[in-house]
Design a protein. Structure first.
Length: 454
């Protein structure tokens, strides 16, 4: 049995880590059909609509991340909050996300992907209502915590669900739509928040939650989740819906069934059980990418973009609108290029660009401290933040989540997904809570730390 486990584990990890074009679960037996799929497959409407319902949860994710920046001035004024209190409001989102991450894998594995997304939206709706009608600071914290719990669930289950319903040759691009919709959520919240009261902005955040909740009643469950629990009669009908009525799904259904039966011979691992040699490489890649992604400082920018621009001597509203103009096109470009050029080249290009962006922003604040280039330093800060934002959107934003959905075998996917997502949100909390204090202490030093972490 140990030999079987080792063989199965290598089937999942090695191909994915050495060749970026591999799909969910590594070599799942569908590779022989990939060429045929490319030649004959056309996108059915139901697959597109199902993906859109799923990634509407990603939009919720983005709107939650983007909310604290445009709302900062209004909330601090109306509720008399100081910097420390508002830093708690900003960062408590990630504490909630850690709670959601802990339960995300198990909930998605045992209740199903659709049920997990439904739970997440209930948390988000309750949270947005609490924020919108807050009279005191602690109600804000409760609401933000609830929204964070929903985010933690969504950050795992959405990319996994999308990866499981899409054909292998389209999986990378489809899964990256998760990041594109996060970007849209952040960007549109910045844009709308520049003109609306923070309470109205919170109520608007409920709209995509309701859209996904209603849509979940009409989309199919993941075929791989159905296979895991022995719903064999439903697999073929679900695949037929997703691939189109004229598609031949018998071969794919048989391969999923055989693949799942082989995996069920292995023991399902807990989080502690992940720390075995056979999972070490996948775990290192999954956790390592999330650490690099978050310590790159993305949530410092996302949560407090307005105050960064103001500190640099630039208009907060204009700066956020400029970020919107960069984020969405660059994320779209990343979606289009991922399956064509692969994960690794985009990651390397993206990471290099984020380093350059932070260097320029750091240089701007450094010159400001020296009282030199007073007219040029705000523009330099804007350029640095935009270079960082565009580069991050190209690859570092979405690719770690795509890889996370691909590299773990299904018998450990729930536990591994929970662990990787938990690490991501823990790092995010560290960055988002410390950011305002570090900016007050040394703006240039804050950005230098981020560059060094990259």
């Amino acid at each position: 049995m140990d030999g079987t486990k080792s063989t199965e584990a290598s089937k999942f990890s090695t191909p994915l880590l050495s060749a970026e074009s591999q799909g969910y679960g590594g070599n799942d037996g569908i590779g022989c059909e990939e060429k045929r799929q490319k030649e004959t497959f056309s996108l059915p409407t139901i697959l597109i609509l199902t993906t859109l319902v799923a990634v509407s949860g990603s939009y919720v994710f983005g709107s939650a991340v983007g909310y604290s920046s445009p709302a900062q001035t209004g909330i601090m004024k109306d509720l008399n909050l100081g910097v420390a209190e508002y830093s708690i409001f900003g960062s408590i989102l990630t504490i909630g996300a850690m709670i959601g991450a802990i339960i995300s894998g198990r909930l998605a594995d045992y209740a199903g992907r659709r049920v997990a997304m439904g739970f997440s939206e209930v948390f988000c709706i309750l949270g947005w209502l609490a924020i919108a009608f807050s009279k005191v600071g602690w109600w804000l914290y409760v609401g933000r915590l609830f929204v964070g719990c929903g985010m933690g669930l969504l950050s795992y289950v959405v990319p996994v669900y999308v990866a499981e319903i899409t054909p292998k040759n389209l999986r990378g691009g489809f899964t990256t739509v998760h990041q594109l919709m996060i970007c849209c959520g952040v960007s549109l919240t910045y844009l709308i928040g520049a003109f609306l009261n923070w309470r109205i902005l919170a109520l608007i955040g409920i709209i995509p939650c309701v859209v996904q909740l209603l849509g979940l009643f009409f989309i199919p469950e993941s075929p791989r989740w159905l296979a895991k629990f022995g719903h064999w009669e439903s697999i073929e009908s679900t695949l037929q819906r997703l691939r189109g009525k004229n598609a031949d799904v018998y071969q794919e259904a048989t391969e999923i069934r055989d693949f799942t039966e082989a995996l069920q011979m292995q023991t399902e691992a807990s989080i502690i059980g992940l720390f075995q040699l056979q999972y070490l490489k996948s775990l290192t890649v999954g956790v390592g990418l999330m650490i690099l992604q978050q310590f790159g400082g993305v949530n410092g920018i996302a949560f407090y973009a307005s105050s960064i621009f103001i500190s640099a001597g630039f208009s907060g509203s204009i700066g956020m609108i400029a970020m919107v103009a960069v984020q969405i096109p660059m994320t779209t470009l990343g979606v289009l290029l991922m399956d064509k050029f692969g994960r690794r080249p985009l990651l390397l290009t993206s990471a290099s660009g984020t380093c350059l962006g932070w260097f320029l922003a750091s240089l701007s604040f450094f010159l400001q401290d020296l009282h030199k280039w007073k007219e040029a330093s705000p523009i330099l800060a804007l350029v640095g933040v935009l270079v960082y934002t565009g580069s991050f959107s190209l690859g570092m934003g979405g690719i770690p989540w795509v890889i996370m959905s691909e590299i773990f075998p299904i018998n450990v996917k729930g536990s591994a997904g929970s662990l990787v997502t938990l690490v991501s949100w823990l790092c995010s909390w560290i960055v988002s809570y410390a950011f305002n204090f570090l900016m007050s202490w040394s703006s240039a030093g804050r950005f230098k730390f981020t560059v060094s972490s990259l």
